[in-house]
Design a protein around this ligand. Structure first.
Ligand code: SF4
Length: 147
């Protein structure tokens, strides 16, 4: 199973912001630079994470992006499900649709495998993702303040 680039960017942002208590809050541009991805792509991912209630923007002096309580405790399986949406791993109903789609054992097996993939990530939290060795590396990825 392969995650979309959008999901990967969102997970990178979440991991970077999960250590922001140790480095200070970041702007969207700083997160993009720290993760070495285009600003516009990161901005879309961060907007989606805000809609999910995982991130919030704090205004004023010392403000910036940070994880919410939900974001810190979120299950990685839940987060990836939300970011990936309800799509199947194969486009059975594509254009043209597959003639087997109404009675395909492979489709059911792939759906079960997809659920098993997500379920294997359900016990993992965002906080778990930023323990050593990942956390110290993330802390070093500060980005450059350009706005
Ligand atoms: S063979 Fe089955 S899994 Fe593959 S596209 Fe057709 S319906 Fe979907």
């Amino acid at each position: 199973m392969r995650l979309t680039k959008f999901t990967d960017l969102a997970l990178r942002a979440v991991m970077r912001l999960a250590v922001s208590e140790q480095t200070g809050p970041l702007t969207t541009r700083e997160v993009a630079e720290a993760m070495d991805v285009p600003y516009a792509h990161m901005a879309k991912a961060i907007t989606r994470l805000q809609h999910l209630g995982v991130l919030e923007a704090r205004r004023g002096r010392g403000g910036g992006l940070g994880l919410t309580g939900l974001g810190r405790q979120a299950s990685v399986g839940w987060l990836i499900r939300e970011l990936e949406g309800q799509g199947e791993v194969v486009a059975c109903d594509g254009d043209p649709p597959c003639p087997l789609r109404g009675a395909c054992r492979l489709r059911r097996a792939l759906a079960d495998a997809q659920e098993a993939f997500y379920a294997s990530l359900d016990a993992l939290t965002v906080a778990d993702l930023v323990t050593s060795p990942t956390g110290p590396v993330l802390i070093g990825l500060t980005g450059r303040r350009t706005e």
